[in-house]
Design a protein around this ligand. Structure first.
Ligand code: UGY
Ligand code: MN
Length: 250
């Protein structure tokens, strides 16, 4: 929150192809299922996104469940705090993640000692019968190998969801040393929902270079020209969603 004597000037931008929104500008929502949690609706169809992405602040001792319609899959990632996935009582901590397919009960979280901050993403699962049913998957970011990306050992990519066509989404973590980033301007049909986790840099979005930092959310719609360079003194890290592995329907 800014002090009353500060300017309200913002880096927030919303356009037809992309949005950059610092977290400070989102008013919290109270949503059925999430109890007394503050839910920040980062991406939604109202923005132009083909998915829904929430940042959820669950107070200590509280529980919440990712409500969703039939046919929707849910990805979660623990950003801070510890707790449990009530289904199965699995302990979760920062970096724990999972993908729950539509046919399984929606994940249900309880924050333990302190508050827990979660990223939750809902996507309508696109079945592809030739690849079988949607698969559940869970893990911890520290156990995912960091692969050299674009032949640059200072650009590392962690692929949280296996590269298997049964999955219709990717959730990846990029880590860039200062001065590194995307070596081209990409333009592709896939969308992104991106949460900036660490460092700072410059994001290129549809013709503009924009400063970005921790806790910024970026939506990139289909064919949004995009690039990035890590510009701070420390590495930059971001977690992003991408729809993959499916035909484009007419
Ligand atoms: O996977 C991607 O499309 C990724 N290189 N895009 C991005 O980081 N904006
Ligand atoms: Mn991209």
């Amino acid at each position: 929150m800014r002090r009353p004597d500060q300017l309200v000037q913002s880096r927030a931008r919303v356009s037809r192809r992309y949005a950059l929104m610092p977290l400070e500008g989102f008013p919290p929502s109270r949503l059925p299922g999430w109890g007394d949690a503050d839910v920040f609706v980062l991406a939604s169809p109202a923005l132009g996104a083909g998915f829904v992405q929430y940042l959820v602040d669950l107070p200590a001792g509280s529980s919440g469940q990712a409500n969703r319609d039939a046919g929707v899959e849910t990805f979660y990632y623990v950003l801070a705090g510890t707790g449990r996935l009530t289904t199965g009582s699995t302990p979760i901590k920062p970096g724990s993640f999972g993908l729950v397919p539509p046919r399984e009960p929606a994940p249900d979280f309880t924050a333990e000692q302190g508050p827990m901050r979660l990223l939750v993403l809902h996507k309508r699962y696109e079945p592809a019968p030739e690849y079988g049913l949607a698969i559940a998957h869970a893990g911890h970011v520290d156990d995912i190998p960091a692969e050299v990306w674009a032949e640059n050992p200072d650009s590392l990519l962690q692929t949280l969801i296996p590269d298997d066509p049964a999955f219709d989404l990717a959730m990846n973590v990029f880590t860039f040393q200062p001065g590194c980033g995307l070596p081209v301007v990409e333009t592709h049909v896939m969308e992104h929902g991106l949460l900036f986790l660490e460092g700072r840099g410059l994001y290129y979005l549809d013709g503009e270079w924009l400063e970005v930092e921790r806790d910024d959310f970026i939506w990139m719609g289909p064919y949004c020209p995009q690039s990035f360079v890590a510009a701070g003194p420390t590495p930059s890290r971001y977690l992003y969603y991408k729809n993959v592995n499916r035909e484009i329907t007419l």
